[in-house]
Design a binder for this molecule. Structure first.
Ligand code: SF4
Ligand code: SF4
Length: 299
């Protein structure tokens, strides 16, 4: 199934087809073309049992619900995702015949759309490049930036801390790069390219930081709108095992019509996605409540 309803600002739910035909409110909450783009972005691509890389990386329960029930989405929650689509369309035009953009490929495990491939960085290497629009916080942790307390060499002369060393915060750039899902996705695309006889010398993500101009961004040491992020190789054996297990799990759930267990901590971003970002959280909760045993005195 797919998202078939929009949630209006007053929390009413309305069929997307009905909203696009006529808004029952005195004025639309956003322009009709924007709503049409949101509706298109959440429609199921109906590839049968071929799942996309992003579908397999996300929670199996979430994907199961998205594919089996009709659900409602708030168009406001999908605007940042559209920034990503806009960046893709800006970048998809290349005058170079040696650069491929928006290339859709498939293998036995998944389908994927490669944003950009070729000698795009001018170093003579075949580069696989993926575009991401993200927040300054996510950029900071993906780049491995962190602050460390460093003694200044001075001590406090007065007050409660008298005699104690003075400390200053210093930016470090060698932290663990927290980009597991991105690295999985880009490596899955690398595998696709290599299986179709495209040599890949290196992988990068071109990060667009949507809030780079606000104060909080400079406090995170994010001072430019765009960063190039190198992605390390993940072993092919590990990738195939991971995607094969995720594919089998989702296909079996769909086949048996049995909802998988809750998404893992990693898939649900340690619960943050369930609370704020999951389109099917209502259905997920309802299904869980329905699966609970009925108390005897309530029966
Ligand atoms: S345009 Fe906005 S307010 Fe009007 S029906 Fe659609 S979602 Fe609701
Ligand atoms: S609410 Fe959480 S556990 Fe349920 S489908 Fe969404 S992400 Fe998964």
């Amino acid at each position: 199934m797919t998202a078939n309803q929009f949630v209006c600002p007053n929390h009413d739910k309305i069929l997307i087809t009905q909203c696009l035909a006529t808004c029952p409110h005195h004025i639309r909450c956003m322009a009709k073309p924007t709503l049409e783009t949101v509706a298109k972005s959440v429609s199921d691509r109906k590839l049968g049992r071929k799942f996309s890389v992003t579908e397999l990386i996300s929670g199996t329960r979430e994907q199961y619900l998205k594919k089996t029930i009709a659900y409602a989405i708030n168009p406001q929650d999908h605007i940042f995702a559209m920034h990503g689509s806009a960046v893709h369309s800006i970048c998809e035009h290349s005058t170079s015949s040696s650069v491929l953009t928006e290339l859709r490929l498939a293998n036995d495990l998944y389908t994927g759309q490669i944003d950009c491939y070729g000698d795009v960085l001018g170093n003579g290497k075949k580069i696989l490049l993926d575009y991401k629009v993200t927040s300054s916080y996510k950029a900071m942790v993906a780049l491995g930036y962190y602050k460390e307390d460093v003694p200044t060499g001075e001590t406090y002369k007065t007050g409660l801390k008298k005699g104690q060393p003075k400390i200053k915060k210093v930016w470090r750039y060698d932290g663990v790069k927290k980009l597991y899902e991105w690295a999985l996705q880009v490596n899955a695309y690398r595998l696709l390219l290599e299986e179709h006889n495209f040599k890949v010398d290196d992988m990068y993500i071109q990060l667009y930081v949507r809030d780079y101009s606000v104060r909080i961004s400079s406090e995170r040491n994010i001072t430019q709108p765009m960063y190039l992020l190198h992605i390390n190789k993940i072993s092919d054996h590990w990738l195939k095992a991971y995607f094969s297990a995720k594919k089998e799990h989702l296909a079996a759930a769909l086949n048996d019509k049995i909802a998988p267990a809750f998404c893992s901590h990693r898939e649900s971003w340690h619960g943050r996605k369930c609370v704020n970002y999951c389109d099917v959280h209502e259905e997920c909760k309802r299904l869980y409540a329905a699966s609970l045993p009925v108390a005897e005195d309530a029966a």
